[in-house]
Write a new protein. Structure first.
Length: 579
C-alpha cells in the first residue's frame, strides 16, 4: 500500500460523485484558487461566489488551519479577494516547517451552532478498518482516540446500520439525527472501500435542519490502486507535503518510470542539501538513508530515490543527469557528496547501468568540478568488476574525486567516508583529492512531545496488538510458498530474468528448472531455448493463459511481469482451480 494524501477539494469531489443517493448530505460546493487564478473566471464558473457568504482556507495538507489563523469565515466575495491577496505567496510556519501558501479552497459559509459540529474518521488497518465518531467536533475536539467511539470493521465485511447506530452513535441524543447519520456513515464507508481510501477525516461534520454538511476534510488514497480506480478517480493529483515544493524533475522521473519496466523514483527533500544519493534498489535506498540520518546527515540530505529493475543505459543516464542538474545549482561551502550505492544485484548488469552514469558524469564534468562534488561508489552483482573499473577510470581521466568500492566493502561503509566520519583508506586515496572530507554537523535534535505512558494509553496499544488467538491461527494455517519443488509459470517474455531463475535453480542443485511455461499473448505458441547449467532446455511459450495452466497443472506460482496497467487483468486470467 502506498498511502498518499490528496487535496481537500479532490476528496470532496470524489464523495460528491460516488456517494449513493438517499443520504442527507448536501453536495459540497467549492472553488479552488492558485497564484495565477483569475477571480472573474472562477466567478463565471461558480456564480454562488458573489451571492453567498464564504469560507476561505489554504488547501495544502495543513493540519489545524483554524488554530493557525488560516481560515477566513463568513466573508463576502470582496473580503475573500482581499484575504487571498494577503495570503497568496506568503511564507507560513507550521511547527518546524516553513512553506509558501499557493493553493486555496473557497466554499459557502454554513451557519450553525457549535453543538451541531461532530467528528468522523475512517482509517485502514492490517486486519480491519476503524470508524471513529465523536458527537462534539470542531477545532477543540481534543484527543480523539481517548474520547471517540469506535467501530472495527474486519476486512471484506461491511457494517450494518444497527452496529453503526448502537456502537458509534450512542451519544447522539436526537433519534432523527441518529437515523440520518447512520445512513450517511454506511454510505460514506462504501465510498471509502470502493475508491480505496486509506484515511478519511471529516471535522467538523455538521448536522443541522436534517441536512449534513462536510466542512473540513482530510483524506488519503492508496496510490497502488490506480489501475483499479483510474476511471472513478479521474485526474487525481497527489500534492507534496506542506513545506516541500513539487519539482519538475520529480515529474520527469515519474514520467520516465511510468514508461519503463524498470523502477525509477526521485523525491527532493532539500534542494540546498549537501548529501545526494543515487541508490540501486528500494531496500538499499532505505538502508542508505537511515545510515545517513544515523550519522547526523539528516538536515543535509538532499534527495531520496532509487533505480532498479535493470534500467537501460539511456534510462540510467537520464536519471543521473537529472540528479546532477539539481546538485549543480547551489554551491556549498564544504562541497557536495554523491553516494552511488547499492547491494549485490541479482539480474541487473552493473556495467550497463554504470555506463549510463558515466555518460552523465562526462556531460556534467565541468559543473561537478566547479561545485566541488565528491563521488563515492559501492556496488556488486553481474559484471560489477567492469563497471567499477570504468567508474575508476572516468574519475582519473576527468580529475573528479571518485572513490570506488566493491562488494568486499560494507554496503554502507562509504556513508561514513562521505560524511567525514572516517578517513579515505590509503589504497583508495587520490593525489588530487583530500584524504578526509569535512565532517557533517548534525542538526539539533527536535523536541519530541512524547505522551506519558499511562494506563489508558497502554490499554489502547494493547487493544491494537494481535491477540494470542490471532497469532496461533496464523501459525497453524501458514504454509511455505516456495520449496525446492516449486514450479512457476511466467507471464511476459523476460528472457534475462527467466535465465537468471534457471541459473539460481542450478546453483541451488535443483534437479530441474522451476519455470515450466511462459505466457506471452503477443506471439504464437512455440518453445524458447534456455540453459540449465551447461544443458540446453526448451520451455514452452503459450499465447493463452488457460492453455498454459491446463497443460502445466503442477505449477503453483505465477510470476507476472505485466505492466501496472495490465497486471490485474493478466493475473485474473489464471484459472485458480489449477493452483
Amino acid at each position: 500500500m502506498s498511502s498518499k494524501a490528496i487535496y481537500e477539494a479532490t476528496g470532496k469531489d470524489l464523495i460528491n460523485r460516488h456517494i449513493q443517493s438517499g443520504t442527507a448530505m448536501v453536495p459540497c460546493r467549492f472553488a479552488t484558487f492558485e497564484q495565477g487564478t483569475v477571480w472573474e473566471d472562477e466567478l463565471g464558473k461558480n456564480p454562488w461566489l458573489a451571492k453567498e457568504n464564504l469560507v476561505v482556507k489554504p488547501d495544502q495538507l495543513i493540519k489545524r488551519r483554524g488554530k493557525l489563523g488560516l481560515v477566513g469565515v463568513n466573508k463576502s466575495a470582496a473580503e475573500v479577494r482581499r484575504w487571498l491577496s494577503a495570503h497568496v505567496g506568503k511564507t507560513q510556519a507550521v511547527g518546524a516547517t516553513n512553506g509558501v501558501l499557493r493553493h486555496f479552497i473557497v466554499e459557502p459559509f454554513v451557519k450553525h451552532d457549535a453543538s451541531e459540529e461532530m467528528y468522523i474518521c475512517i482509517q485502514s488497518g492490517r486486519r480491519a478498518d476503524t470508524i471513529l465518531f465523536h458527537h462534539q467536533g470542531g477545532v477543540d475536539v481534543g484527543d480523539v482516540d481517548a474520547v471517540a467511539t469506535r467501530l472495527e470493521v474486519p476486512v471484506d465485511t461491511f457494517p450494518d446500520a444497527q452496529a453503526v447506530s448502537n456502537t458509534l452513535l450512542v451519544n447522539v441524543t436526537s433519534q432523527r439525527n441518529k437515523q440520518i447519520l447512520t445512513t450517511f456513515i454506511t454510505a460514506l464507508y462504501r465510498v471509502f472501500v470502493d475508491l480505496y481510501f486509506t484515511y478519511m477525516e471529516i471535522n467538523p461534520i455538521v448536522v443541522t435542519n436534517e441536512r449534513i454538511y462536510l466542512l473540513d476534510l482530510a483524506a488519503k488514497l492508496d496510490q497502488t490502486a490506480d489501475f483499479i480506480c483510474a476511471k472513478n478517480w479521474g485526474a487525481v493529483t497527489f500534492p507534496p507535503p506542506f513545506g516541500r515544493d513539487a519539482y519538475p524533475e520529480e515529474a520527469h522521473i515519474a514520467d520516465l518510470d511510468a514508461k519503463s519496466g524498470a523502477s525509477l523514483k526521485l523525491t527532493i527533500l532539500n534542494k540546498h542539501g549537501r548529501i545526494w544519493t543515487m541508490v540501486a534498489g528500494g531496500g538499499a535506498s532505505v538502508v542508505y538513508t537511515d545510515t545517513i540520518c544515523e550519522l547526523g546527515g539528516a538536515s543535509e540530505l538532499a534527495n531520496y530515490g532509487e533505480y532498479s529493475g535493470a534500467p537501460t543505459e539511456s534510462q540510467t543516464a537520464d536519471y543521473a543527469k537529472t540528479i546532477f542538474s539539481l546538485m549543480c545549482r547551489d554551491k556549498h561551502v564544504d562541497g557536495k557528496v554523491l553516494i552511488i550505492g547499492g547491494g549485490i544485484a541479482n539480474f541487473t548488469n552493473v556495467a550497463d547501468t554504470f555506463r549510463g552514469i558515466i555518460s552523465a558524469i562526462e556531460t556534467y564534468k565541468d559543473a561537478l568540478v566547479q561545485y566541488n562534488v565528491t563521488i563515492f561508489v559501492r556496488r556488486g552483482g553481474p559484471n560489477y568488476q567492469e563497471g567499477l573499473r570504468q567508474m575508476r577510470e572516468v574519475g582519473h581521466r576527468l580529475r573528479i574525486p571518485l572513490y570506488v568500492f566493491g562488494p568486499e566493502s560494507n554496503m554502507t561503509g562509504i556513508v561514513g567516508l562521505a560524511l567525514g566520519h572516517a578517513p579515505i583508506p590509503k589504497d583508495h586515496q587520490l593525489d588530487y583529492a583530500p584524504k578526509q572530507l569535512p565532517k557533517t554537523k548534525p542538526a539539533p535534535k527536535p523536541d519530541l512531545q512524547i505522551p506519558e505512558l499511562n494506563k489508558k494509553l497502554l490499554e489502547l496499544v494493547c487493544s491494537q496488538a494481535p491477540t494470542k488467538l490471532d497469532l496461533g491461527q496464523t501459525i497453524s494455517t501458514a504454509q511455505p510458498l516456495f520449496s525446492d519443488r516449486t514450479k512457476a509459470v511466467v507471464w511476459g517474455m523476460q528472457n534475462r530474468a527467466i535465465q537468471g531463475m534457471l541459473d539460481f535453480d542450478f546453483i541451488c542443485r535443483r534437479s530441474e528448472p522451476s519455470v515450466v511455461a511462459i505466457v506471452y499473448p503477443f506471439t504464437a505458441d512455440h518453445k524458447q531455448k534456455y540453459y540449465f547449467g551447461n544443458q540446453e532446455v526448451f520451455i514452452p511459450v503459450f499465447s493463452d493463459m488457460d492453455v498454459a495452466m491446463r497443460k502445466h497443472q503442477e505449477a503453483t506460482v505465477l510470476v507476472n511481469f505485466a505492466s501496472l496497467r495490465s497486471a490485474y487483468e493478466s493475473t485474473m486470467q489464471v484459472r485458480w482451480k489449477y493452483l
